[in-house]
Design a protein around this ligand. Structure first.
Ligand SMILES: Cc1cc2nc3c(=O)[nH]c(=O)nc-3n(C[C@H](O)[C@H](O)[C@H](O)COP(=O)(O)OP(=O)(O)OC[C@H]3O[C@@H](n4cnc5c(N)ncnc54)[C@H](O)[C@@H]3O)c2cc1C
Length: 306
C-alpha cells in the first residue's frame, strides 16, 4: 500500500490506445504524466486487431506492449497498474486516488477509460466472442468475407447493419432473438433480397474451440454458419467521469468537443469512452488531440504567469 501523494502535470486514467497515445504526445511535450491502467481493455477477447496502419493483424496484448515500449523513451511518463477509484477537484488542482492507496495531484485529467461489454445473454455467445463472433465488420469483416454468417440484431439498427454487412458477404441469415422490431415494409425489403429472417428466440450457439457451427432456435431450427456479428450492449468503462460531473451523451459516453474537452474545465476524455467510432486508430487519434489541447492550455497558463 502506497499512500504517498505525487504531483504531476496530467493524470490519464486508462492505458489503451487513447490513453497511451495521449501520454506519448504529452511526454514528447516534456510534461510529467501518470497513466493509471487496470488492464481490462474491451478487445481482450479477440486474437487479432485490424485496420491500424503498420499494425494490421497484431494481437491486442502485443499492440499494448509495443505502445508501452515507445513510451519508455520519455522519462517523464509513468505507467501504474492500478484502478483509479476517485477523482475530485477542479482545473489545475485535481486529486486522484487509486484502489492500492496511491494519490496524485494533477493540473489536467484525461479519462481514456474505454467501454465495457455488458454480460452476453445468449447461451454460447461468450464462448465464440472475439474468435468467430464479432461486433464490427470494419475490424473483422475481411476474415469472414463470403462466408455464411448469422446477424444477431433487430429494429432500425438492423436495417442499417444489413446493407453494411452485404459489402462483405451476401450469405447471411438474420436472427432477431425475439420480436424483430421491423415494419412490414422493412421485412419486405429483406425478403426481396432473399435474406432469411427468424424471430424465434435463440436456444444456443453451438461451437467447437471458439468457432461457431450453428445457431439453434427454440423451435429446433438450426442455422449453420461460420461467423456471427451481433450488437453488444455497452457501458462506459468507469463511473468517474459522471461522478466528477462530466456531461454524458444519450449513449452514455462522455460529451466532448473535437479536442476531447468535456463540460468540466481541465477534464478531457478520448477514445471509446468519448465517441462511437470504436476503432483503435480513432481512439489513438483522439488521445493525441486531447493531449495537444491539454498541453496548449498548460503552456499558455505558464506563459501568463511569467
Ligand atoms: C471483439 C473486439 C474486436 C475489436 N477489434 C478491433 C480491430 O480489429 N480494429 C480496431 O481498430 N478496433 C477493434 N476493436 C475496438 C477497439 O478495441 C477499441 O476501439 C479500442 O480498444 C478503444 O481504445 P480505448 O483506449 O478508448 O479503450 P480500451 O482499449 O478499452 O482501454 C481502456 C482502458 O482503461 C482501463 N480503465 C477503465 N477504467 C479504469 C479505472 N477506473 N482505472 C484504471 N484503468 C481503467 C481499462 O481497464 C482499459 O485498460 C475491437 C473491439 C472488440 C470488443
Amino acid at each position: 500500500m502506497n499512500s504517498k501523494l505525487e504531483t504531476t502535470d496530467v493524470v490519464i486514467i486508462g492505458g489503451g490506445p487513447a490513453g497511451l497515445n495521449a501520454a506519448l504526445v504529452l511526454g514528447r511535450a516534456r510534461k510529467k504524466v501518470v497513466v493509471i491502467d487496470e488492464g481490462r481493455p474491451r478487445n481482450a477477447v479477440t486474437r487479432e486487431s485490424h485496420g491500424f496502419l503498420t499494425r494490421d493483424g497484431i494481437s491486442p496484448a502485443e499492440f499494448r506492449k509495443q505502445a508501452r515500449a515507445d513510451l519508455l523513451n520519455y522519462p517523464s511518463i509513468t505507467i501504474v497498474e492500478d484502478e483509479a477509484v476517485s477523482a475530485s477537484g477542479s482545473d489545475g488542482h485535481f486529486q486522484i486516488e487509486t484502489a492500492q492507496g496511491r494519490s496524485y495531484r494533477s493540473q489536467k485529467l484525461l479519462f481514456a477509460v474505454g467501454m465495457k461489454d455488458q454480460p452476453l445473454d445468449v447461451p454460447g455467445l461468450a464462448e465464440v466472442y472475439g474468435k468467430s463472433a464479432f461486433v464490427c465488420p470494419y475490424c473483422d469483416g475481411w476474415e469472414l468475407r463470403d462466408k455464411p454468417l448469422v446477424i444477431l440484431n433487430s429494429g432500425a439498427e438492423l436495417m442499417h447493419f444489413a446493407p453494411l454487412i452485404s459489402g462483405w458477404t451476401d450469405r447471411f441469415t438474420i436472427c432477431t432473438n425475439g420480436p424483430d422490431g421491423l415494419t412490414e415494409e422493412q421485412r419486405e425489403e429483406l425478403r426481396q433480397r432473399g435474406i432469411p429472417l427468424y424471430d424465434t428466440p435463440i436456444q444456443s450457439i453451438e461451437s467447437a474451440e471458439g468457432m461457431v457451427r450453428q445457431v439453434v432456435l427454440t423451435d429446433g431450427t438450426a442455422v449453420p454458419c461460420e461467423g456471427i456479428f451481433f450488437k453488444p450492449t455497452l457501458r462506459i468503462g468507469s463511473d468517474l467521469p459522471r461522478s466528477l460531473g462530466c456531461e454524458l451523451t444519450e449513449t452514455g459516453s462522455v460529451a466532448v468537443d473535437p479536442f476531447g474537452k468535456t463540460s468540466i474545465p481541465g477534464v478531457y476524455s478520448a477514445g471509446d469512452a468519448a465517441s462511437q467510432y470504436y476503432q483503435l486508430i480513432a481512439a489513438a487519434a483522439m488521445g493525441a488531440f486531447a493531449a495537444a489541447a491539454m498541453n496548449n492550455e498548460m503552456n499558455l497558463a505558464a506563459w501568463k504567469r511569467r
